[in-house]
Ligand binder design. Structure first.
Ligand SMILES: Cc1ncc(C[n+]2csc(CCOP(=O)(O)OP(=O)(O)O)c2C)c(N)n1
Length: 379
């Protein structure tokens, strides 16, 4: 019996779909590895961007498809309605539907559960793929959808991938396999700044300097690692809303006199880089952004981000107008950077090795986290 992944790839090839834009989700990490090998692959920085790229591909007479997580549909909806749907362009969207089956992350539920209704309200057709046998639905729907220039979302239940999601991709996952990307990386990173620490080591190193500060921590593994290393009532752990760490930190720093440290990630900053411009504009002296750059989406399987090939986050921050930008790749550079007194907003570009520590879910209710943080800020 062929696997679900094999059958889906076969159907896409039969329908001459050749351009795949993807944004990672942990549940489809093995499928994404296959897609990357089999098709022209466009790794995205934000799901919305994929809608625009797909429109361009369709305008050029080719057939695009996207692979995203249910929360990513929230980032796509305006472009889907005012671009793809409006101009009657075809787009197949394969959605890893979270929040409906064995979900460990509470913040995935509001969007994941309501997705069919949201799509219905937006007038976007969708089909539910609950078991591997439901591939026949895609076989049936895809040809007409492309011919009639329609959008169709296929909602893939995590149950479909239960048999394949057993391997560990390892810390270097996508990074190692992509040789051209690896070459680009080697050329760009000079010895002074080659990373020596993992994200966990970085958090461990800065932990003694986080006392009596509000910490806004990026979603996924970073929050779980921080909880294990240094839980304190002033830690705000994100469970969803990728790309919002720096905006949340900016809001707190503008509305209170507390010292705020944002632990952000390269993938999350690339999803919402404009926030660095807003932050630079206000230049709050009580805000430090520690951008942990492991050149990958570490929390969802280690898929490479573009900081491994063409983007330098320190230059990006400078370009947006942040004056106080420090780069750190080892313990000493990191401690010097976090301790450095400043009158201005501080941006630390912390270069990291890929890889996650083996950490458990945070055993706190999210509303208790909110209460503790608010109490601390009010004090
Ligand atoms: C809109 C949206 N798309 C995709 C995801 C899935 N997701 C959760 S964490 C994560 C990776 C974050 O990468 P980065 O900011 O680099 O942090 P790292 O995990 O590498 O420390 C992704 C893609 C999500 N939560 N929300």
């Amino acid at each position: 019996m062929r696997s679900f992944e094999d059958r889906l790839i076969g159907i896409l090839k039969t329908n001459s779909v050749d351009f795949m834009s993807t944004f990672p989700c942990d549940r489809i990490k093995f499928l994404l590895e296959r897609v990357k090998k089999e098709f022209f692959h466009i790794p995205l920085t934000r799901e919305e961007e994929g809608v625009g790229i797909a429109a361009g591909i369709a305008l050029a007479g080719k057939r695009p498809a996207m692979f995203v997580q249910s929360s990513g549909i929230g980032n796509m909806i305006t472009a889907l309605l005012s671009l793809t749907g409006f101009y009657e362009l075809p787009l197949a969207i394969f959605v890893s539907q979270r929040g409906i089956y064995k979900e460990g992350i509470a913040a995935q539920i509001p969007m994941g559960e309501r997705l069919p209704e949201i799509l219905k309200g937006a007038g976007i057709a969708c089909s539910t793929i609950s078991t591997a046998d439901d591939v026949s639905i895609m076989e049936y729907k895809l040809p007409g959808m492309y011919k009639q220039n329609k959008i169709h979302a296929f909602l893939l239940s995590p149950a479909v991938f239960e048999t394949t999601n057993t391997r560990d991709l390892g810390p270097w996952a996508g990074l190692q396999r992509d040789e051209t990307r690896q070459q680009g990386m080697d050329e760009r990173i000079n010895h002074q700044y080659s990373p020596k620490l993992t994200r966990y080591d970085i958090l461990n190193t800065i932990a003694p300097h986080l006392d009596s500060k509000v910490i806004v921590c990026n979603l996924g593994i970073p929050s779980k690692e921080l909880f294990e290393i240094k839980h304190q009532p002033s830690n705000f752990y994100m469970l969803g809303s990728m790309g919002m760490a720096t905006p949340i930190g900016l809001g707190i720093s503008l509305a209170s006199d507390k010292e705020v440290v944002v632990i952000d990630g390269d993938g999350s900053i690339l999803m919402n880089p404009g926030t660095l411009a807003t932050t630079a504009h206000f230049n709050p002296s009580n805000l430090t952004i520690c951008a942990i750059d492991n050149r990958s989406y570490g929390s969802t399987g280690g898929q490479p981000t573009l900081t491994g090939s063409c983007v330098d986050l320190a230059m990006l921050a400078k370009g947006f107008g942040i004056g106080n930008v420090l780069k750190a790749a080892d313990k000493k550079q990191l401690i010097d950077a976090i301790k450095k007194p400043t009158e201005n907003l501080k941006f630390i570009h912390a270069l990291a090795l890929p890889g996650n520590a083996k950490v458990s879910n945070i055993p706190l209710h999210y509303l208790d986290v909110k209460k503790q943080v608010m109490k601390f800020i009010k004090k």
